[in-house]
Design a binder for this molecule. Structure first.
Ligand SMILES: Nc1ncnc2c1ncn2[C@@H]1O[C@H](COP(=O)(O)OP(=O)(O)OP(=O)(O)O)[C@@H](O)[C@H]1O
Ligand SMILES: [Mg+2]
Length: 263
């Protein structure tokens, strides 16, 4: 191969964004010539490397933009500790059919029972299967929407959020919504209805959502849309955090301390 063609080949690979092929080319051509590989074998190897690299880069990109607070997987979840969760239902959700059907998931339960863990692990599974995900808390989401609204950018922001195939909103119910926040959340749910999926987590049963949103009518309009196509996982049981503290004997010591204080 002449010098001119060689240079043009590298230039063209760069123009086409085939950086991995450009990087692998020289060493692989040397191996190919030593092993007398066919042109098809050479092309197959180089293009395979390029595709693998592209898939890995887009996976890394989706993981970055998802903004998970930490990483948790379904495999790490101890279903025997939380028998109120049907493992089959959780595994069914992990197939991502609910995202393809634009359905929702709501995880309900008291503190420490694994709502955020399950939401993140479903989000990570989604990212791995090529789905775009965004994780946020209710408080951060409303703050973000309010800021955009104040700058007259609400429509653009809602449009951008709508582009994520899966939106995870954690911790609904820990802080009440003010009327503007409740209205913004309604708009968001309404926009995604039957178009794209939501995973919501809450420490409060649906009966209390009127209080959370400060308005029974808004809460029921939100719930109506949300629950139309939805899997609800109602987790009942002990906090896993307490289990961990029990294991290291902290809880007994804490309780003993409390008793001493009372005496
Ligand atoms: N069944 C479980 N198996 C393994 N780890 C668990 C399980 N349940 C909870 N955990 C772990 O316990 C910790 C608390 O769980 P998580 O944050 O998901 O609780 P939560 O229901 O979201 O609570 P909160 O309402 O306080 O936010 C996390 O580190 C999580 O990974
Ligand atoms: Mg949580």
């Amino acid at each position: 191969m002449g010098n001119l063609e060689y240079e043009r080949l590298h230039e063209n690979l760069k123009t086409l964004g085939m950086l991995k092929t450009s990087e692998n080319l020289d060493s692989y051509l040397e191996i190919a010539s030593k092993k007398s590989l066919s042109t098809i074998q050479i092309l197959d190897h180089l293009l395979n490397g390029e595709v693998e690299d592209k898939l890995q880069r887009s996976l890394n990109f989706r993981s970055r933009i998802a903004k998970f607070p930490y990483r948790k997987t379904l495999e790490e979840f101890d279903f025997s500790f939380q028998p109120s969760i049907d493992k089959k239902t959780a595994n069914g959700l992990a197939t991502m059919k609910f995202v393809h059907n634009a359905e929702n998931v709501v995880l309900l339960g008291p503190p420490g029972v694994g709502k955020t863990h399950l939401a993140i692990s479903l989000g990570m599974t989604a990212v791995k299967s090529g789905i775009t995900v965004y994780f946020t808390t209710a408080a951060d989401l409303i703050e973000d929407l309010k800021q955009h609204s104040a700058r007259g950018m609400l429509k653009e922001r809602l449009r951008k959020v709508a582009r994520y195939n899966l939106l995870i909103v954690d911790e609904i119910g820990y802080l009440p919504f003010d009327p503007e926040g409740a209205n913004l959340f309604f708009q968001l749910v309404s926009r995604r209805y039957e178009k794209s999926s939501l995973i919501l987590t809450s420490n409060k049963p649906f009966g209390d959502w009127g209080q959370i949103f400060g308005d029974e009518v808004v809460a029921s309009a939100i719930l109506d849309r949300l629950l139309h196509h939805c899997t609800v996982i109602n987790i009942k049981g002990e906090s896993y955090r307490i289990k961990d503290r029990k294991r290291v004997g902290l809880l007994q010591r804490e309780q003993a301390g409390d008793q001493q204080k009372e005496e």
